[in-house]
Design a protein around this ligand. Structure first.
Ligand SMILES: Cc1ncc(C[n+]2csc(CCOP(=O)(O)OP(=O)(O)O)c2C)c(N)n1
Length: 626
């Protein structure tokens, strides 16, 4: 059946029975693709019927479906003409793992970060009204994403506005791990409404069977039922803020879903349809471990085992070191914005349940909360992925830096992350942190240095940023030397006279690699591990530049306002003359998806490109000098 589905029109033609067969086939197809390419599995398996029902009732691209986070849009991609390209998912030049407006007119809005869909959908609905159009606008948002401030702000506005739109709340009781918080408490009460309604239906049938008294009695019972419902069913939250609340509905029953979606289409004003789904539905291994299969590397379908050996990564090193530090210092606490697994905090939670806080997908709140804790004497560690730290930029400035509070902001997945693409690349953190006063910003060259920086951060009693990449340390270059971390002190890893290669974080290993390659050409490179982006070690760097007059800077981030910029400023501010400077960093662009190594090559950030540049330009320099 799947092979005949090339557009939503093809879905609309199917009977309910055929749609059920289609759902099974889609599940198998998604398993096949994700087990090969890696990607988001459990969330997609959970929305198969919902997506089929949506495309049965609505007409994209006229009607707008905004997928929150967008990680669950694989089924939508399959049904909207991209079935055959799915094997390219998340690969270089292939389909993206998230909705992309430039990939299909059926993707009406780009997403990747959580909690954005209701704002975007409301914006589209208001635009529709101003333009006098009549299309439907639907936001599909998970219960996890609903914990984000942006979603709550949008609900507040949408409910009050009375604008015609539908919010589909895809409630699977999970964020990446078990969902938490007050919203989750509310939803868990709403979930029980289903069984309540069912029991009343059977009560009604029972009474109707009693001769004579049957019908009038049913009316009385129904009236009583309505008032009881008001008391015991807390649907009022959504209704009180201006939404019509419908559901909960079984998110795996296509017929029921279509019926409810058709009702939402007819209603005026904002409607919230509460849909209950199971994450990982249809693949037992993922149903039982929805957190593990939320996003996965390629795996064996039979066993669920991830292919290839899992290597130690920075997040794990961070988590283990934090436990060690917390054992010695009981003021250390950890905060996660719904990413305890990804950021390496799982074991910390077990070890220190009272000092661990999962606060929902709420990065702004995470940083604000940390500021409050720090003000009262705690030492909060806040590991958040680089691209999600963008959410908390004002809290970093206003709540933490302005008051110089000792919050330790750990920027995980800093730099290019690969297959998740534009929305997830950690390109911008150095640029935005660098311009905030009072921050100390560091990046380690390897695991050991991350541990040292964490210890130093605790001792500093000021706001600190430590950025580290996705994955592990370099396998080619091993560092035996680890100088003690001192405020604003860089580390000279190799002395040389011909060129100064100044690097930070992950790129320090690359600098060493390039220096080794240059030895063959009798070019003697000096390698400096900057360690601090701020305060910059002006003394060490100036001395090196004055010696070599040729500087190459390396960093894993945007070209704007990072290490390269800092060093160029240093050269200009100190009138260092006749210096040749070249900065390796990513251009002022959004970097698409692909393997990290592929992207490094495309953007000429790889060792070979750097080596060739230095080799060619050093010759030139030498010739000029002669
Ligand atoms: C701002 C932001 N923070 C964190 C994430 C990482 N993240 C991706 S999906 C997800 C959980 C989403 O849960 P939910 O909305 O319930 O969707 P489900 O996967 O359960 O279908 C998280 C935390 C993100 N994409 N954006």
């Amino acid at each position: 059946m799947l092979e005949e589905i090339n557009s939503p029109e093809d879905v609309k033609k199917l009977s309910i029975e055929d749609k059920k067969i289609l759902a099974d086939e889609i599940r198998k197809y998604i398993l096949e693709i994700v087990s090969e390419n890696g990607g988001h599995l459990a969330s997609n398996l959970g929305v198969v019927e919902l997506t089929i029902a949506l495309h049965s009732v609505f007409n994209v691209p006229e009607d707008k479906i905004v997928w929150d986070v967008g990680h669950q849009s694989y089924v939508h991609k399959i049904l909207t003409g991209r079935r055959e390209q799915m094997h390219t998912l998340r690969k270089l030049n292939g389909l993206a793992g998230f909705p992309k407006t430039n990939e299909s007119e059926c993707d009406c809005f780009n997403t990747g970060h959580s909690s954005t869909s209701i704002s975007a959908a409301l914006g589209m609905a208001r635009a529709r009204d101003i333009e006098g159009k009549n299309n439907s606008v639907i936001a599909v948002i998970g219960d996890g994403a609903l914990t984000g401030g942006m979603a709550l702000e949008a609900l507040n506005d949408a409910g009050y506005s009375g604008t015609r739109m539908t919010v589909i709340l895809n409630d699977n009781e999970m964020s990446i791990s078990k969902n938490i918080g007050g919203m989750n408490m509310l939803l868990s009460k709403l979930r029980t409404k289903r069984s309540y309604t069912k029991s009343n239906v059977s009560l009604k049938n029972l009474i109707l069977k009693v001769p004579v008294v049957g019908k009038p009695f049913v009316k009385v019972v129904q009236r009583v039922k309505r008032s009881i419902k008001q008391l015991i069913i807390p649907k009022m939250f959504f209704e009180d803020i201006g939404f019509r609340y419908l559901g909960p509905v079984d998110g795996h029953n296509i017929e029921e879903l279509e019926r409810m979606l058709k009702i939402t289409k007819e209603l005026d004003g904002p409607v919230l349809l509460h849909v209950l789904t199971k994450k990982g539905k249809g693949y037992k291994i993922a149903e039982e471990n929805p957190d593990k299969y939320h996003a996965t590397a390629p795996f064996d379908i039979e066993t669920g085992e991830v292919k290839g050996k899992k290597k130690k990564d920075y997040s794990k090193v961070f988590g283990e070191k934090l436990i060690e530090l917390a054992k010695k210092n009981d003021r250390i606490v950890a905060i996660t914005a719904s990413m305890k697994d990804g950021t390496g905090l799982k074991e910390f939670q077990k070890e220190f349940p009272d000092r661990f806080f999962d606060i929902g997908i709420a990065e702004q709140h995470a940083v604000g909360l940390a500021a409050g804790m720090a003000k009262e004497g705690l030492i909060p560690f806040v590991p958040i992925y680089s691209s999600f730290y963008q959410r908390a930029y004002d809290q970093v400035i206003h709540d933490v830096a302005l008051q110089n509070l000792p919050v330790i902001m750990c920027v995980d997945r800093a730099g290019i992350v690969g297959a998740d693409g534009e929305t997830h690349q950690g390109e911008f953190d150095m640029a935005f942190f660098r311009l905030v006063p009072n921050l100390t910003i560091m990046a380690p060259k390897d695991f050991k240095e991350l541990e040292d920086m964490m210890e130093y951060a605790v001792s500093l009693k000021k706001p600190v940023v430590i950025r580290y990449p996705r994955g592990g340390e370099s396998e080619k270059i091993k560092f035996d030397k680890h100088e003690e971390i001192k405020t604003g002190k860089a580390e000279i890893l190799k002395e040389g006279k011909d060129v100064s290669i100044i690097a930070i974080g992950k790129t320090v290993a690359r600098a060493m690699e390039v220096a080794n390659m240059l030895k063959e050409d009798k070019i003697d490179a000096e390698v400096i591990n900057a360690r601090f982006l701020k305060p910059l070690d002006k003394e060490t760097i100036t001395k090196s530049i004055e010696k070599t007059k040729f500087v190459v800077t390396l960093e894993d981030g945007t070209i704007i306002n990072g290490l390269g910029t800092a060093i160029k400023e240093l050269i200009i501010d100190n009138d260092l003359e006749d210096v040749k400077v070249k900065s390796y960093a990513y251009p002022d662009k959004f970097i698409k998806h692909g393997k990290v190594e592929e992207l490094e090559e495309i953007y000429h950030q790889d060792s070979k490109s750097i080596y060739s540049y230095i080799k060619e330009n050093f010759k030139e320099e030498r010739n000029n000098n002669e």
